[in-house]
Write a protein that binds this ligand. Structure first.
Ligand SMILES: *Cc1c(COP(=O)(O)O)cnc(C)c1O
Length: 386
C-alpha cells in the first residue's frame, strides 16, 4: 500500500508533509516504514509530553477505555471532575471548561472575556488586545486574535473585535488600550509559532499594570508553553503574574485531544448553563490521559526540564553555525546561519526530527527524553548546522 500516494490524493492539501511515515514509537524514539529509527525532538508539536506509548499514560487511558469511552455533558463522570480539581489546585484557579483543542480553549476564553466585559462595563467593551506575531489558532475568532497577516489572507472578513499591539513595546500597548474599548489582553508568554520568543519581563509587568488600571482581563495562551514545557507548570509563572484566564491544550492530554480554559475567581461564574458547551469536551479517556500527565509534573520533573534545557543551550550556544538560541525550558528556537529547512532536512537524514518556527529550528522534545538520546540529538544538530 502506497500510503504517501493515498494521502496526497485524499487528504486535504493543508500540510506540507516530510517524506516519512510514522509506524511505531517508544518514548522519544520513533520508527518509519522502513524501520529507520529517529529521535523525536518535536513530540508531535509539544503534545506527547512523556513521549510515545508512555506506560503509565497507556495504563490510565486503557483503564478508562475498559470502563466507558464517552458520555454526554448531561451526566457526571469522574475523570473530568478529578482533572479539573487537579488543575485548579495546582494553579490556584477556580473553574475549568474543557474543549478539544487549543483553538477551542481560546474561543472559550474570548467568549468569557466578552461576556464579563458586557456585564461589568457594557457591551461596547468587546475588543481584545493581542500581540503582533502571536498565534492563537485557526478558527475564525482565534485567527482574528492571531496577530499575523499571513494567516488572515483570503479568509476575510474575520471576527471583529481584535486589535494588535507590538510585543515588548509598552508605548504601543498603552496607545492601543487607550484607543479602543477593551475587554481583555491575550498573549503567549513565549510566542511559539512566531519564532520561540519570550516576552520581556518589563513588558509583562506593564501588561499587568495597564490591565489593572483599565479593568482588563489578563488571558495567557499556554497552549504550547503549558504543562511543564517551559520549566514551570505554566509559563506565566516565570513572570510573577496570575492571569484571570489561561488556556492550555497540546501537552495536556499527552497525545489525546483535549483543551481547557482555566478561569480565575473574577470570571468563574461568567459562563452559565446554555452559554457555552462542547459535545466531546471533558471526554473521559482524554481526561484520564491528562490526569496521568499532570500528576507527574512535579518539582522533580520540572527541574529535569530545566537541566536538559541548560544542557542544550550550553552545547549549542557557541557551536559553529549558530546565531542565537531563544526560549524557555524544552521550548527552544535556534537561529542558524544556514536556512532552517536545510538544517531540519539534514537532521532527519541523521535520524533526528526537529521542527521549525518562522526562520528558526524549533525543539520541543518530550519532557522525559533520556539524557543519552538528548546528547545524540544535539550531536546530530551540531553536525547539521556546521
Ligand atoms: C497550537 C497553538 C494553538 C492552537 O491549538 P490547536 O490545538 O491547533 O487548535 C493556539 N495557541 C498557541 C499558542 C498554539 O501554539
Amino acid at each position: 500500500m502506497d500510503i504517501k500516494k493515498i494521502d496526497s490524493e485524499f487528504i486535504a492539501n493543508t500540510y506540507n508533509r516530510f517524506p516519512l511515515q510514522v509506524c511505531k514509537g517508544n518514548g522519544s524514539l520513533l520508527y518509519d516504514e522502513a524501520g529507520k529509527e529517529y529521535i523525536d525532538m518535536g513530540s508531535g508539536i509539544a503534545v506527547n509530553t512523556f513521549g510515545l506509548c508512555d506506560e503509565k499514560w497507556q495504563a490510565a487511558v486503557t483503564h478508562q477505555l475498559s470502563a466507558f469511552q464517552h458520555t454526554s455533558n448531561l451526566y457526571y463522570s469522574e475523570p473530568c471532575a478529578v482533572l479539573a480539581e487537579m488543575i485548579c489546585k495546582k494553579t490556584e484557579m477556580s473553574k475549568v471548561f474543557f474543549g478539544n483543542s487549543g483553538a477551542e480553549a481560546n474561543e472559550c476564553a474570548i467568549k468569557t472575556a466578552r461576556k464579563y466585559a458586557a456585564e461589568t462595563k457594557g457591551s461596547e467593551y468587546y475588543t481584545i488586545v493581542t500581540l503582533k506575531n502571536s498565534f492563537h489558532g485557526r478558527t475564525l475568532a482565534t485567527l482574528a486574535a492571531t496577530g499575523q497577516d499571513v494567516f488572515h489572507k483570503d479568509f476575510l472578513p474575520l471576527t471583529k473585535g481584535f486589535v494588535y499591539a507590538s510585543a515588548n513595546d509598552c508605548e504601543d500597548l498603552r496607545r492601543v488600550i487607550k484607543e479602543n474599548k477593551c475587554a481583555a489582553i491575550m498573549f503567549e508568554c513565549v510566542q511559539g509559532e512566531g519564532g520561540v520568543l519570550p516576552l520581556e519581563r518589563s513588558f509583562v509587568d506593564e501588561i499587568r499594570r495597564l490591565a489593572a488600571e483599565n479593568g482588563l482581563l489578563v488571558i495567557c495562551d499556554e497552549v504550547q508553553t503549558g504543562n511543564g514545557r517551559s520549566g514551570k507548570l505554566y509559563s506565566y509563572m516565570h513572570y510573577g503574574i496570575k492571569p484571570d484566564i489561561f488556556t492550555t491544550a497540546k501537552g495536556l492530554g499527552g497525545g489525546l485531544p483535549i483543551g481547557a480554559a482555566v478561569l480565575g475567581k473574577k470570571v468563574e461564574n461568567v459562563l452559565t448553563p446554555g452559554t457555552h458547551g462542547s459535545t466531546f469536551g471533558g471526554n473521559p479517556i482524554c481526561c484520564a490521559g491528562a490526569i496521568s500527565i499532570l500528576e507527574r509534573l512535579d518539582e522533580n520533573l520540572l527541574s529535569e526540564v530545566k537541566k536538559k534545557s541548560e544542557y542544550i543551550i550550553n552545547e549549542l550556544k557557541n557551536a559553529d553555525g549558530i546565531e542565537n538560541i531563544t526560549g524557555l525550558g524544552l521550548m527552544l528556537g535556534i537561529k542558524t546561519k544556514k536556512p532552517a529547512a536545510e538544517v531540519i532536512k539534514k537532521c532527519m537524514e541523521g535520524g533526528v526530527l526537529c521542527l521549525s518556527a518562522k526562520d528558526k529550528v524549533r525543539l520541543l522534545p518530550a519532557l522525559n527524553i533520556p539524557q543519552n538520546l538528548l546528547e545524540k540529538a544535539v550531536d546530530t544538530i551540531k553536525k547539521a548546522i556546521k
